[in-house]
Design a protein around this ligand. Sequence first.
Ligand SMILES: C[S@@+](CC[C@H](N)C(=O)[O-])C[C@H]1O[C@@H](n2cnc3c(N)ncnc32)[C@H](O)[C@@H]1O
Length: 190
Amino acid sequence: MAHKIYQELAEWYPLLTLLDDYKEEADYYHEVLSKHTSQLRPTMLELGSGAGYNAYFLKEWYDVILSDLSEICWSSAGRLIQSLEHIQGDMRELRLNLTFDVVFIHDAICYMQTEGDLRKAIATAAVHCKPGGIILISPDYVKEIFKPHTNNGGEDGNGKAMRWLEWVTGPNADGTYYVDFIIALRERSQ
Ligand SMILES: C[S@@+](CC[C@H](N)C(=O)[O-])C[C@H]1O[C@@H](n2cnc3c(N)ncnc32)[C@H](O)[C@@H]1O
């Protein structure tokens, strides 16, 4: 289901979260990164960029290239960032033969469900990072502060509405956790 929302349900993606909800977070990432970058406009590769909500704000300061497994960046959800280059690819395997001042992986890192996949994603980040550059990885949760919980949200759009319930359980014995999403979609014909 998680991948459905990035593929055949991508048209609904803007109703999952609002773009403005990402501004504060993107400002924080810039604050952290700017302490360690000296370039005027550092280059940035985002792996697993989704519709690019963070990138929408980060592009004010960085020359950003987006990369994602699914086509969400090319769908209507991604229209707001059509000015940025998008490359379709799996963060476990992508090799662009380019290096960047910053390699950023936001919540998409949570899709690395095994230690092997996580290692591959980090290796991809490392080969695309310039010597002395920065890799910033920002998972939804870290082990030390993980707690099972529920969360809900959703937005009304033009003739469409979504409500979602996120149910986070675990941790499992191997350190993984589950996220179950229940998504209700309402569409009006007039
Ligand atoms: C929650 S979205 C990312 C949203 C993004 N952080 C933003 O600021 O808008 C998670 C993304 O991870 C992508 N993803 C999942 N597995 C991936 C993989 N192996 N390689 C690249 N992208 C992946 C999904 O296609 C989805 O677009």
